[in-house]
Structures are given as structure tokens and as C-alpha cells.
Design a protein. Structure first.
Length: 107
């Protein structure tokens, strides 16, 4: 993904926070941190051929990108995955939180 696409994708994680009922999402004291990392293509090794008349060779790096027109599915997935991760941590959490345990489940 390109850098501007990663920023847009990270913004959709906040939608997942809001779907869970986070009334403090994006407020001053919310403490929300969303990271978007890329494992993009590595540029090819530099061509070390001598230039002609002091001008270096033209180099290009072939990269694969996701077109902006087809990124909507990833936006929806980002919000759904964030929502599910929060719900899973609330239900299955063993330690942490205010009470030190996950929510009570009916059996």
C-alpha cells in the first residue's frame, strides 16, 4: 500500500472503535493509538554502471500497488477487525481492565 492509503486505512480502525460504543473515541483523553505498517516491495539493487558524460543511468523500481478504486473492501475489513478484537478482549480477557478479568459469560 502507498503511504496515503495506509493513513486512510488507519482512519477506518477508529470506525471499529466507535461501533463498539467508544464514546471517548477521538476525544482529548481517549489515548487511541492506531499504527499502519507496510511490508511493501523493496527497491531493486542499485545499478552500478558508469554514466555517460557524467550523467548517471536511469533507474526504475517496479512496485505493485492497490488501486484506490478497489480499496473499499480493506476499509470495511479494518473497521470490522478492530471491532472484533475489542469484543474478544472484553469477553475472553483474563487479566487487566478495571476489574482485572473479562466480562461474565452466561453458560
Amino acid at each position: 500500500m502507498l503511504p496515503h492509503q495506509l493513513i486512510r486505512l488507519a482512519r477506518h480502525c477508529a470506525v471499529g472503535l466507535a461501533q463498539v460504543g467508544g464514546h471517548g473515541v477521538g476525544s482529548n483523553h481517549s489515548g487511541d493509538i492506531i499504527l499502519a505498517l507496510s511490508t511493501a516491495n523493496k527497491p531493486e539493487e542499485r545499478v552500478m554502471t558508469p554514466g555517460v558524460n557524467g550523467i548517471g543511468p536511469i533507474e526504475d523500481n517496479g512496485i505493485e500497488i492497490i488501486r484506490n478504486e478497489s480499496i473499499d473492501t480493506m476499509f470495511k475489513a479494518a473497521s470490522e477487525v478492530t471491532e472484533e478484537a475489542i469484543l474478544n478482549s472484553m469477553i475472553a480477557g483474563r487479566e487487566g481492565g478495571r476489574e482485572g478479568r473479562g466480562l461474565m459469560r452466561r453458560r
